[in-house]
Design a protein around this ligand. Structure first.
Ligand code: URA
Length: 207
């Protein structure tokens, strides 16, 4: 297992996330509220050092209310495990919390309405590193229209977070030849994560 960075006050993060999730369940800020079965808020370690952000729930996530539980989720779990993380050690969520009908890409106004939930989640979890899955999520976070190829393979700062961008697991299921590139991205992220964690441990031991 990777070094788990336990941040202070994780019990208050649990409560704050639970309250936020409860409020989000009532959200009707966009028309996705009319077709969703469940709001897929997010789940995982409330004080995770690593957060994973996908695009939007699919049919299985909509039915269960949990992120990344379908085929893409099974692949994501395998990728995380290969990197040394059990699923419950990280925090997993999406840009958009309700399923777009037919799994179409979320529309700009849906993303705009939903983004405050993500920002609030991250303010509570305070991850050190964020893994962003796919072009839609990356274009949303960085407010650009760049290709995935030009954004992956490096660390990119977003607010206080160190972000790594890689292929969405659904894209990997369609194009297994992209798995090698994904693994390179994950390894790069892991060496950065380890470096950050050992720095934090050194600082904590000094105090
Ligand atoms: N794809 C996503 O982007 N998120 C999920 O939760 C499931 C599939």
């Amino acid at each position: 297992m990777q070094t788990v960075v336990e941040k202070e006050d994780s019990s208050s993060s649990v409560i704050e996330l639970a309250r936020l999730s409860e409020t989000a369940q009532e959200c009707r800020k966009c028309t996705l509220a009319e077709t969703r079965l469940n709001v897929v808020f997010g789940e995982g370690n409330p004080s995770a050092a690593l957060a994973v952000i996908g695009e939007a729930p699919g049919a299985e996530e909509d039915a269960s209310g949990r992120p990344f539980v379908g085929r893409s989720g099974q692949l994501l779990d395998k990728i995380l495990l290969a990197a040394g993380f059990a699923r419950q050690e990280v925090y997993i969520c999406n840009i958009v919390k309700c399923r777009p009908p037919g799994n179409r890409n979320p529309l700009q106004d849906e993303i705009k309405s939903c983004l405050p939930w993500l920002l609030a989640q991250l303010q509570i979890v305070k991850p050190k590193v964020i893994l962003i899955l796919g072009k839609v999520a990356a274009n949303t976070i960085f407010e650009n229209q760049l290709s995935l190829g030009s954004m992956r393979g490096k660390v990119t700062k977003w607010n206080e977070y160190d972000c790594f961008i890689t292929y969405h697991p659904a894209a990997l299921l369609r194009n297994p030849n992209w798995k090698k590139g994904c693994w390179e991205d994950i390894q790069l992220m892991m060496s950065h994560y380890e470096m950050l964690c050992s720095k934090i441990n050194v600082l904590e031991n000094k105090n």
